[in-house]
Design a protein around this ligand. Structure first.
Ligand SMILES: Nc1ncnc2c1ncn2[C@@H]1O[C@H](COP(=O)(O)OP(=O)(O)O)[C@@H](O)[C@H]1O
Ligand SMILES: [Mg+2]
Length: 264
């Protein structure tokens, strides 16, 4: 059996009295696209930040290609090939495209002078690899549309040669065309063997590119479905009703849920 590239088990995380995640399991296979869905505050971003090491879990385990890990920061997870793209892209508007792609690690000659020629050449190559056309690597990022800014954020992530890319609500602020282009980019990355997790409210997007979808509700995993065996309607129902996978009797559900809230 293939080893999952990411396996998170029994993840728990609270923020003071808030139970953000309760015994959540997540599995991502190499090259797979996993949709991660659920209402606001369901715990999606928290789960992904635990994966990248931006947040520390209270308990549970994270394995990358079978090896137990304990990332203290996104810098550490980056070394093992994990990248996350945030909704606000986290770019520097007053710098150009290439400078953003290589932010914090501009290539240098003799360890001294910024090797501008190489930086712009490699930036161009990163964009080409994604099959996105950013008109010019010399353009300031703030002058670009949302969709193009996002391409830059993705190109930056991809320049680290990741094995896993997490997209947190990437299409929330994008036009229809930009959304389509973004989904094409995901498909292209998949073709290149990059496993991806897509957090989105748009089930249409998840069903367009995803292989599998998992549903969180109030910090708990309530469903995990293969896209080809499911429907937007079924997933929507899981999001709304949160019917747990392990079907409880109505009586157990009422007693069990409240008992868990108190003891957790
Ligand atoms: N840094 C934080 N400090 C306090 N509470 C947080 C923090 N991050 C997330 N939370 C809380 O954890 C819960 C899950 O949030 P989040 O993971 O952002 O949900 P989602 O991404 O599904 O909307 C929410 O109740 C949220 O308020
Ligand atoms: Mg979120």
């Amino acid at each position: 059996m293939t080893t999952p590239i990411v396996e998170m088990r029994d993840i728990c995380k609270s923020f003071g009295p808030v139970l953000a995640l309760v015994n959540v399991n997540l599995r991502l296979m190499p090259g797979e696209i996993l949709g991660l869905v659920g209402d606001n505050s369901a715990g999606k971003s928290t789960l992904m930040k635990i994966l990248t090491g931006a947040y520390q879990r209270d308990s549970g385990s994270v394995r990358i290609s079978g090896a137990e890990t304990n990332f203290r920061s996104p810098h550490e997870s980056r070394k093992l090939g994990i990248e996350m793209i945030y909704q606000d892209f986290a770019l520097c508007g007053n710098m150009d495209v290439a400078q953003n792609i290589f932010l914090g690690r501009w290539p240098r000659r003799f360890g001294l002078f910024v090797d501008r020629a190489r930086m712009y050449r490699e930036a161009q190559a990163d964009l080409l690899r994604l099959k996105v056309d950013v008109n010019s690597v010399f353009q300031k990022v703030e002058s670009l549309s949302g969709g193009r800014q996002q391409s830059v954020a993705i190109a930056r992530a991809v320049s680290f040669a990741p094995k896993v890319v997490v997209f947190d609500e990437p299409t929330a602020n994008l036009s229809v065309t930009a959304t389509d282009r973004m989904l094409e980019t995901m498909t292209e990355l998949k073709r290149q063997g990059v496993a991806q997790i897509l957090i989105s409210h748009r089930l249409t997007d998840i069903f367009a590119v995803g292989d599998r979808v998992m549903v969180l509700k109030r910090g708990r995993g309530v469903g995990d479905r293969y896209i080809r065996h499911s429907s937007e309607r079924e997933v929507l129902e899981l999001i709304v009703t949160g019917t747990p996978e392990t079907a409880l009797t109505a009586d157990e559900a009422t007693r069990g849920a409240s008992a868990q809230e108190i003891t957790a």
